[in-house]
Ligand binder design. Structure first.
Ligand SMILES: [Zn+2]
Length: 276
């Protein structure tokens, strides 16, 4: 078994933090300067841990390429207005479901994924142009992409600041970065705490809030456009089999989901940023 390394805030390099939640021999800390929430210890073989987690779910992810095709095309329609170069990048492209949908809509697609299993699958099965590794190591040209899309990835990324700085470099002026990630500030996290499905410091090493997203954009040189949040699914972590979601929480999901539209306290937080 490999070791682990202690980390400080990746965004502002601040070492002052408060411990928010301890679990699995690890702890989430909040940077007192910029508000980033991060797992205090990361595996020294993090890429391998990440790849093994993807490989274990490969069949599930692969099935979604077909089953989610229509839904993904619908979600991507909102980016039509940014199409100039038609260059589209997905950060954390997984098995390729979004890129296949984007290609069908006329985008010239590229993807990056730190999981070699994911990247290889997307290349071989769907003939997609996918780089294995970080966006920083892909070497894309300046001002190249109209759209950089990222779903359920930022929470896994070890260096969100250099990642977003690189996004800023390769986006064309007026292009957009779209991110969907885990919302620490959600009703579900407040209700379930460490029992929430998405609270897992081995894999979700950074967690976001509407406030720390703004400072992340600021530090990376991107202009924040808007943040929004939806959904309160109140899903417990299946790893702890002793935990049962109380019945009344299931009744609260509907009303809470509606409230998230005004309070930004949904399970996922999404944002759009641009390059000036
Ligand atoms: Zn910080």
């Amino acid at each position: 078994m490999s070791g682990r390394v202690e980390v400080n805030c990746d965004v502002c390099s601040g070492s002052d933090s408060v411990e928010l939640l301890a679990l699995l021999g690890n702890a989430y800390h909040e940077c007192t300067n910029c508000g980033l929430i991060y797992a205090k210890w990361i595996s020294s073989a993090y890429d391998d841990v990440n790849d093994a987690a993807f490989a274990a779910e490969l069949d599930d992810y692969a099935a979604k390429v077909e089953s989610r095709a229509q839904r993904n095309r619908r979600k991507l329609k909102r980016f039509d207005r940014y199409k100039t170069t038609a260059n589209f990048l997905e950060l954390g492209c997984n098995a390729g479901a979004v890129l296949v949908a984007a290609r069908a809509l006329g985008w010239q697609t590229k993807g990056v994924d730190i999981s070699s299993t994911a990247a290889k699958f997307a290349r071989e099965k769907y003939n997609l142009d996918v780089h294995t590794g970080t966006i920083e190591s892909a070497g894309y040209a300046d001002d190249y992409f109209d759209v950089i899309y990222s779903n359920a990835t930022l929470e896994h990324i070890q260096h969100p600041l250099s990642t977003l700085k690189e996004c800023a470099r390769v986006l064309r002026p007026g292009g957009v970065l779209y991110v969907n990630t885990v919302n620490w500030d959600s009703y579900t996290r407040r209700i379930l705490g460490a029992d929430w499905l998405l609270i897992h410091p081995t894999h979700h090493i950074h967690l976001f809030t509407p406030a720390n997203i703004k400072s992340l954009c600021h530090y990376s040189g991107l202009k924040h456009i808007k943040t929004w949040s939806t959904g309160a699914r109140v899903q417990a972590n299946a790893v702890d089999t002793t935990f049962v979601t109380p019945w009344y929480l299931n009744l609260m999901k509907g009303p809470l989901s509606m409230l998230t539209r005004i309070t930004n306290k949904g399970d996922a937080v999404e944002f759009l940023a641009t390059k000036e």
